[in-house]
Write a protein that binds this ligand. Structure first.
Ligand code: 5GP
Ligand code: ZN
Length: 112
């Protein structure tokens, strides 16, 4: 499948890995919007939040178990934001489910 994040998970495209387990892979965003900007993705291809269902939601739970571990590893005790852009209006540019973990500085109150 011609999917950038599937290729990153497979190691076909290099990335700066910060965390990996059986279900999820996390790496640094190539264009960071904050001092810490990590993407965590399921290893299986799910196109977006819209593609989450009862057959694959366990992997999403695993991702959310991993996020606080990554936050601790990255010294994000001061707080951080978890974002998933879904679809065109949200400017989702890579059609493989991913959660941005953004922090390392005071973030703006602006959400949109
Ligand atoms: P989206 O806009 O879909 O929510 O987020 C996609 C994110 O993937 C963007 O923040 C973008 O900087 C990041 N990105 C795009 N291509 C690559 C890449 O090849 N490597 C890495 N590490 N991040 C990428
Ligand atoms: Zn994919």
């Amino acid at each position: 499948m011609d999917c950038l994040f599937c290729k990153i998970v497979a190691g076909d495209i290099p990335s700066s890995k910060v965390y990996e387990d059986e279900y999820a892979y996390a790496f640094r965003d190539i264009n960071p919007q904050a001092p810490v900007h990590i993407l965590i993705v399921p290893k299986e291809h799910i196109p977006s939040v819209d593609g989450i269902n009862s057959s694959n939601s366990a992997v999403v739970a695993k991702i959310f178990e991993a996020i606080p571990k990554i936050a601790a590893q990255e010294d994000l005790g001061g707080g951080y934001r978890v974002i998933s852009n879904c679809g065109d209006n949200a400017c989702q540019s890579v059609k493989h489910l991913h959660f941005h973990i953004v922090g390392g500085a005071q973030l703006s109150e602006q959400m949109a």
